[in-house]
Design a protein around this ligand. Sequence first.
Ligand code: NAD
Length: 255
Amino acid sequence: MTTTHDFSGKAVLITGAGGGIGRATALAFAKAGARLMLSDIDLAAVEETASLARAQGGEATARQVDVTREAEVAAMVAATVAAWGRLDCAFNNAGIEIETTLITEADESVYDRIMGVNVKGVWLCLKHELRQMVAQGRGAIVNTASVAGLKGAPRLATYGASKHAVIGLTKSTAAEFGKKNIRINAVCPGVIRTPMAQRWAQVDPEIPARMAALHPIGRIGEPEEVAATVLWLCSDAASFVTGHSQTVDGGFTAI
Ligand code: NAD
């Protein structure tokens, strides 16, 4: 997939960049000329993404960050600014699923972990990214929500609640920071071919066919298709788009 956006010299931060959607987006930004601060809780995975980005001629730094830890998030933003003097775009993408039971059987620790990574993680990233973007007078942020943030998600009650919360954070911060020249949007993927979707598929061999059937386009999505939307939302082509939750779902939410 090609992109026509030009991010030459822009400083871009991505969380959950070790695989799937985060890695595909890192590589798309690298092709578009961005300077990348790539983070993940899995250092080896994010180092691999950074070397793939560098192989494409991009500038990329890999960093181990757990988005649930404020000191690590603050240090990640500070390191971006120390390296490049600013933070132009951020993609708050790290997220986990780990939910395998109905709420009646669920352990409280599963709720705490999902909410910790998917909601508090995005909240912490927004807090520190926005401080920098306010100081420099502009910026663009995309948060990864999900179609599970727009509709009910049976057997994924906690995950669905966490992604609805990401959309709430996106709308509220967009309203708060619009006049500061900062746009904040969310991307809502359908089922995308990533390690996360592979883990869902392992639960039952019939799941891949059922997943494909959920999308009127007749297949699940590719991470590069989400990446293309993230780049558009971060680009000046989307200069009047903020507080929006953009589906990339092959029509999943159209039916
Ligand atoms: P993935 O599991 O391939 O990637 C998620 C990345 O986040 C991993 O590299 C993981 O190590 C990292 N991560 C997990 N916990 C972290 C933490 N505490 N701090 C920092 N990094 C952490 O999954 P993916 O499918 O690429 O998911 C990316 C995002 O897209 C997630 O927010 C997910 O909820 C969302 N999403 C995925 C799908 C899908 O079908 N794959 C659909 C809708 C939304």
